[in-house]
Design a protein around this ligand. Sequence first.
Ligand code: FES
Length: 680
Amino acid sequence: METHVEKVKITIDGKEVLVDPGISILEAARQNHIRIPTLCHHPALSSWGGCRICMVEVDGSPKLVASCVTPVRAGMGVVTSNDRIIESRRIILQFLFAERNHNCMFCPQSGDCELQKLAYELQMDHLTVPGSFDEFPTDITSDYLAIDHNRCILCGRCVRACQEISGAHVLNFNNRGPHNLIGLDLSETREASTCLNCGVCMQVCPTGAIYDRYRTHYAVTGHDTAWQIRESICPQCGLMCPVIISVHDNSLLKIDGNLMADESRPDHGQLCYKGRFEVLKTVGRRLTRPMVRNGDGTLTEADWEKALELTADRLQTALRAGGGDAIAGIASSMHSNESLLFFREVMGRGLGAGSMDTLDGACFRTLVRARADLKTPLKESSWKMIPEADPIVIVGADPYQTQPVISSLIRRAIFENRKKVLVIGQQADLFPFAARHLPLKEGDEPVLVRAMLDEVAASGTDDARRAQAAELLQRVGLDASGAAAFHDMARTISEAANPLFIAGGGLIAPADGSGFNSLARLALLKGLLPGSALRLIILKPFGNSAGAWKLGLASAAEPAPKITSTTCVLFLAGEQISNPDLLERLTGFDFLAVVSPHVPESLADRADVLIPCPLWLEEDGTYTSLDGGETGYKKKVIEPPSGVMGSWQVLSALAERTGFRPAFETWNDLCEAAQKEMGG
Ligand code: FES
């Protein structure tokens, strides 16, 4: 039932306004488009009242109050700006500037500094107090972000963001007085600390103290007026995090999490190192023109017509000589549903390729087998269930590597909600915080999970199953303390009312999917979650694995270790292939055409033709969530380099040259078809 809240009347700068009781003066002013400058305040964080820049006069009182922490009261009269207030703000600002060395060479170029903007606004053109040029350290040990303590104003936004948004609880204030510094854990370097590199501290930092290592400065003429801000979703891991992307002159400046986005998301819009930083890295030479292998074995740039004609010709020749079995198509699950659907259309219906698979097809086949064995649809649970679960059992998974935001949610479950986390397998990020951890040799996880299933299913009464469990335990060589931890884990799982299992590559990638199968049975034994989902989250390797698998791009049947077709089209999006098994599968083709935004280094000596396609930032498309339950639309935020066609247009041009007419002629046709297939 909706409760009616009586508004209170206050006066701000002579204007009478009605506002909700209990909100701060700052909030009341902002709701009524009255500006009060702030520094330590951030709308996505709790208010702290530390910097005092937001001072205002209340009812003519002799003392100024901090508007960000002072609640409104009926009849209150507020003055937000007069000579006295401006002078006090200017003095505070001078002390902030005098305290450390703020002669920054980056902020004047980018304009992206709240401290600098405030100095301009308050016309603070010199210091009336002596400046300190004591030197403070700079920590550049992280691959992703650096902290320069000389630029820090100790506003505490980063500390609050690390606690309230990321839930990592890594940042804090260390030392006292003039030696006060933002510290990580117990004064560790960023690299040695338990930091998740999510970068939310950097996003909320009002100065240049915390900055990223890939865009240290972005010189932008005209400062912020020339930036474009675009919203999209991140397609990196299946969590479909909302992002705010700053662009200038078709160049990517920075990617931020949407901290004010959908409140139903338990991640508070934080983002992770993959979504925020990895995109800014140069992952290899950008491919902007096709390349064709010459008679002397070298790859050289060629025009589009030549590359497309050659590929189409080789596909048709192979088809004539050996039928569909002479052609293979392999796709990466980093592509959008639309691109993948078009790939399936051209390679499957158009050319009748005898073999089609995704780079992560092995994981898909494990799931297919588990579904058949369990005789259940194996509906996976959503990652959004993590905050409610207890215990959280992580098996053969490393969320920090695959879905880093999940790692952060698990930490929050431990630190803030006192949930138990049990870890089975090699796991560097979470095991220090886990209630129990069994660090097995790589490859032993499946055996231990089978033992765990026997132990839990035996319920203390089935001696045969308990003996079976004991025998499996011996096989992985657990010592006495390991065995005690195992039994404790089994007891915790047996007694749990709301457990959740998280499986990763250690269970789903091996060809023998028996470990995953046992885990799925264990999850089934513990019941279903609302929505008929198993108590199981599967951390898939790529951003759109669930979409690619749903579209039938991955082969359900085990392919030969080496594809024997003579011609292959590999459809890649951004990633470099380093897995030796995959590389082995990609050798020995008579002809290999690779469609990719970059020159894929590991394939550069195998490919006969390289055809450019856009990065994910450069084209629209839908992506499917980790559990396959949701689909999100990713808008492009920049244009591809001149001459680079959209992924589906490359495939369409190829189809045209083989004489095949795809069912979708326009982008809208393709979107509708993809939506239908994804159940939208
Ligand atoms: Fe209010 Fe800092 S913004 S005290």
